[in-house]
Write a protein that binds this ligand. Structure first.
Ligand code: AMP
Length: 302
């Protein structure tokens, strides 16, 4: 496994590993999994997906200052570089790209990507500028690494939708692949931020996945004993009932401060109306103590 921290290192890695021409080659020589490190089983599942899709896998590890607000956890975000390298090596990663913030951003930087109106709703409403920062770093990573495929988690559903939007709007020569959310056995979505949670916090945090399950249960409740699990299910309940069922679970957990619970169109993240049919994403964000958690589930409303 080669560890690179700048463009020259990446070029050398490509040469050493015999990675072909990149995004314009038509094949799938290289898949990129962008991460902020503190790797867990969710990241590893994306690496395995990437390996299925391409001959070589690159993982970037970069805590992107641009996507953190002034009062957010940039400086205390978990950094576990040695363990991350071990995880990457164990998953057969060919290249780890780990630049410094100074290498990524010129001090007099002017130009970035705007996430547009779609970047100011849902997560964007609570984290102004966050999705601009995400798209800017992802575009820079695409330019530096030049992958044919890039893999992102459905866990950050709006981020994934916005990256697909950026690829379409800016004609980027890369295919985007989404991977399902990996959860603890009790339903809690894996997140690098889970390590901030105290025992009590963690119990409260479970309300997020339980709320989504309650919403999904409404969508699935066809009276025919259909299985109620998080995931895509067919149903016939109206959006309002789905939201109400999920909200009831969140409201029963007093130590949660809910930022939003929304049912949105998967492509645009606009809230769906009560007559909506087809796929919709039920997304939640809430704070437990000083830790902010997000989760979502995709529903099929018939
Ligand atoms: P992060 O390091 O948090 O920026 O996440 C890097 C990538 O891993 C993103 O594409 C996330 O959506 C994805 N990811 C984070 N948590 C999970 C999870 N529990 N399951 C699957 N993918 C995840």
């Amino acid at each position: 496994m080669i560890v690179a921290d700048d463009r020259a290192g990446l070029l050398k890695a490509r040469e050493t590993l015999g990675i072909g021409a990149g995004a314009f080659s038509g094949g799938s020589a290289l898949a990129l999994v962008p991460t902020m490190g503190a790797l867990h089983e969710g990241h590893r599942s994306l690496i395995r997906l990437a390996r299925e899709r391409a001959a070589h896998v690159a993982v970037s590890i970069f805590v992107n200052p641009l996507q953190f607000g002034p009062t957010e956890d940039y400086s205390r975000y978990p950094r576990t570089f040695d363990a991350d390298l071990e995880a990457c090596a164990a998953e057969g990663v060919g290249v780890v790209f780990a630049p410094s913030a100074e290498d990524m951003y010129l001090p007099d930087r002017q130009v970035g990507v705007s996430a547009g109106e779609m970047g100011s709703v849902v997560e964007g409403e609570f984290r102004p500028g966050h999705l601009d920062g995400v798209l800017t770093v992802v575009l820079k990573l695409f330019n530096l690494v030049q992958p044919d495929v890039a893999v992102f988690g459905q866990k950050d559903a709006q981020q994934l939708a916005m990256i697909r939007r950026m690829v379409a709007d800016l004609n980027l020569p890369v295919s985007i692949l989404g991977g399902p959310t990996v959860r603890e056995p009790d339903g809690l979505a894996l997140s690098s931020r889970n390590r901030y949670l105290s025992r009590d916090d963690r119990v409260a945090a479970l309300a997020l996945s339980r709320a989504l399950e309650a919403g999904a249960g409404q969508a699935l409740d066809r009276g025919d004993g259909a299985t109620r699990t998080l995931g895509v299910g067919a149903g016939r309940r109206a959006p309002a009932e789905i939201r109400r069922a999920a909200l009831a679970v969140l409201e029963a957990e007093p130590s949660l401060a809910v930022d939003y619970l929304v049912l949105v169109d998967p492509a645009t993240f606009a809230e769906v109306g009560d007559d909506h049919t087809g796929e919709a994403i039920l997304a939640v964000a809430a704070r437990v103590g000083s830790t902010r958690l997000i989760d979502n589930v995709t529903l099929d409303i018939r």
